[in-house]
Every structure is written in C-alpha cells, then in structure tokens.
Write a protein that binds this ligand. Structure first.
Ligand SMILES: Cc1ncc(COP(=O)(O)O)c(C=O)c1O
Length: 365
C-alpha cells in the first residue's frame, strides 16, 4: 500500500477517454490537442500521445512542456506574452495564437517564421460561472470586432474560439457554433484552420459522438478549415482519484472526519467554484462531513454517506481528481504534497513522483 495522500491515475479509465477522442478525430477529421492548463502530468503523455495530435498551452512553461514532453503538434497561446519570453515561446511552437491584435502586431517580426492565429470572442458561452465565463462583460479574452480583425488577416491563417465550458449538451454546442458562424462567417471563409477550444464534454457516456463529429465535419467543409479541439477535462475526466487516510474524527453536531489532505491545497478548483468533492458510491446510513487538515475553517471536501461509521485509518478516495487539480496544487500550511501514482493497464501500481521537505523549502526562499 502506498503512503497517502496520492493522486492515482488509472490508465484503463484514461484509455476510455483516449479511445473516444480518437474516434471523434477519425469520424470528423478534427485534430485534438491536450489543454495543458487542465492536466500536465507528463508521466502519462507517452500513453496519451497515440490518441491525440499534440498539446495547447497558456504560457511559456506550458508550451515548453508540451514540446519537450508530449511532442507532435504544439500550439502556443497566452493571454499576453512578455517581450522577454516571446522568442522562446516561438522556438517551442508550431503555431502561435495571439489573444489580441495588439499582441499580434507587437510580436509580428518575432513570430513570422511560424503559423499565426488570433483568438476570437463570440460574446456567448456555456459557462454558468461568471468567474470562468470567457464571454463575460468586458472580457479580455479575444477580439470580437470584425472590422478590426479583417485588416490583420494577412498576418494570420486561423482562429481560436473557446466559449464552451463544462458543456455536456450537444444541442447547446451546436447552437453556439451556429452563433459563431453567423457572427464571423466572413472571417472563417478566409481562414485555413479554426480551433474550437475546450470545454466540450464529448467523452461523457451519453454524449452523441456521431452527431458531434458530423457537425465538426460540416463546419470544416463549409469554411474549408482544419478544425482543432482542445480538450482538457474531456481528456482526463474520471481517470484519477485522490487517495487519503482518515486521521481523526470529531462530533460537533455532525460527524466530522479529518483526512491527510486538504481541498484548499490539493483540489483547490472545487473550493473556488464552491463545489463538493465526489465520493463513490456515497451510499449508506453513516453520514459524515469530510474535512481537510489545513487550518482553513472551510477546508471541507463535502458531506458524504458511508456504509460503515468512518474510523481513524480508513481510506477515503475522492473521484475525478485529474482536471485542474494537480496543476493547481500548492503548499498551503506546508501540508504534505500528494504523491502521483499510476495504475497500469495490468493493474500494477507505480509511484511516479513523491514530494518531500526539500520541494516545500525550494518552493520559497
Ligand atoms: C483556450 C482554452 N482551451 C482549452 C481549454 C480547456 O478546457 P476544458 O478543460 O474545459 O476542456 C480552456 C479552459 O479554460 C481554454 O481556455
């Protein structure tokens, strides 16, 4: 038994997503790039590489990681590049997508050797969170005015449009793509490629993959463009758990359980979006509030139902711990950083990374 806490990536579950992605690529002709902002645990890149076309990034560090650890096609994107990083970004990328006309013009000469694109913002999205809504009022994420974009068309060959967020609804995706076509058709007709970003949950069990692939193919044919998808969450959904051990139990009007992890430090995204962690099967007569071990009063994974009363030493496994977790983990309270382990296809477990005091110390100075 490995020492908890650790993130456990199960390759057989990851494989299900990879096979769905590969099927969409094949049926639609679209290319799929892993969004490193969501998942950048490179120990499984060798495994994922056969099913995807490359990576997309949101910074110099990510584009370098994508180039060096994943390979294949490497897209660079960032909300804003600094003068001191642009040359290195370009050296790692096949394509660079600028967020604004200002950045495109500023880095015109440095980026002239690679394919260039621009982010468009259609002003509609599927996000239910203001915080994560790229189409929020006054959004800085992309250009929206055709009249401004048209004059710079000779500098670019394509566009990136990311406006789906946790979208499980094909009809909504279809409608929003229709909006994009209506708004940007004159630009799309001049493009050679269009990336539709991430946020489309097309690897989910009930997603109508054939309809999705047909829609992508139709879009590609209509405008004569190579379509790209940038799945983050859809690539790794349900592949990973966070394994913890119960350190203490208390009663304060509710049964409280403290585990050797922290939602603040190890699953921060849930806390930001005020969502509960997931425990499976979450059934039974013994309800308990599962709390993290940091000093934050609200460091709470959620309330769950267990078949037996939870005791010190029990293991609790949080589901769906791959996306926006490992990339956001932090050293708050100096809480022990979860190791990273992989369950291979033959069932064997392999620890690929452990963190110790030196990592904590070296994260500051
Ligand atoms: C430009 C871009 N591409 C891809 C993604 C990945 O999205 P998801 O992990 O929801 O698939 C994001 C997420 O914010 C994004 O901003």
């Amino acid at each position: 038994m490995l020492q908890t806490p650790y993130y456990l990536i199960d390759k057989s579950k990851l494989l299900q997503n990879m096979e769905r992605i590969a099927a969409v690529r094949e049926k639609s002709g679209a290319k799929a790039l892993l969004a490193l902002k969501c998942f950048a645990t490179w120990s499984v890149f060798d495994f994922m590489r056969d099913y995807m076309d490359g990576t997309t990034s949101s910074s110099l560090n990510e584009v370098r990681l994508g180039h060096e650890r994943f390979g294949k096609e490497t897209h660079a994107y960032s909300v804003a590049y600094a003068d001191y990083e642009i040359d290195e970004v370009v050296s790692h990328a096949d394509k660079i997508i600028f967020n604004s006309i200002g950045q495109l013009q500023r880095f015109e000469s440095q980026s002239s050797g690679i394919t260039r694109g621009l982010r468009l913002n259609p002003g509609v999205s599927s996000s239910s969170f203001d915080l994560a809504d790229p189409a929020r009022p006054f959004s800085r994420l992309g250009e929206w005015d055709l009249k401004q974009v048209d004059p710079v068309m000779e500098m670019i060959t394509g566009f990136m449009i990311h406006n789906n967020c946790e979208n499980t609804d094909f009809a909504l995706f279809d409608r929003m793509l229709g909006d994009i076509e209506q708004k940007f058709a004159p630009l799309l007709k001049k493009a050679e490629w269009v990336s539709l970003g991430g946020g489309i949950h097309f690897t989910g069990d009930d997603y109508p993959v054939d309809q999705f692939a047909e829609r992508l193919k139709r879009f590609s044919g209509e405008y004569g463009v190579q379509v790209y998808l940038e799945p983050g969450e859809a690539s790794i959904t349900k592949s990973t758990t966070l394994e913890t051990t119960v350190l203490d139990t208390l009663y304060n009007g509710k049964n409280l359980v403290v585990v050797d992890s922290s939602i603040e430090a190890h699953m921060l995204d849930l806390l930001i979006y005020r969502e509960n962690a997931k425990v499976h099967p979450n059934q039974g007569p013994h309800r308990a509030m599962v709390c993290g071990k940091s000093c934050l009063a609200g460091d709470i994974f959620g309330e769950f139902d267990f078949p037996e009363e939870v005791k010190v030493g029990d293991r609790i496994s949080f589901q769906d711990a791959a996306g926006y977790t490992m990339v956001k983990k932090n050293w708050f309270n100096g809480v022990k950083m979860p190791a990273i382990a992989i369950r291979e296809l033959d069932g064997s477990l392999r620890t690929v990374r452990e963190f110790d005091y030196t990592d904590y110390e070296q994260s500051l100075s």
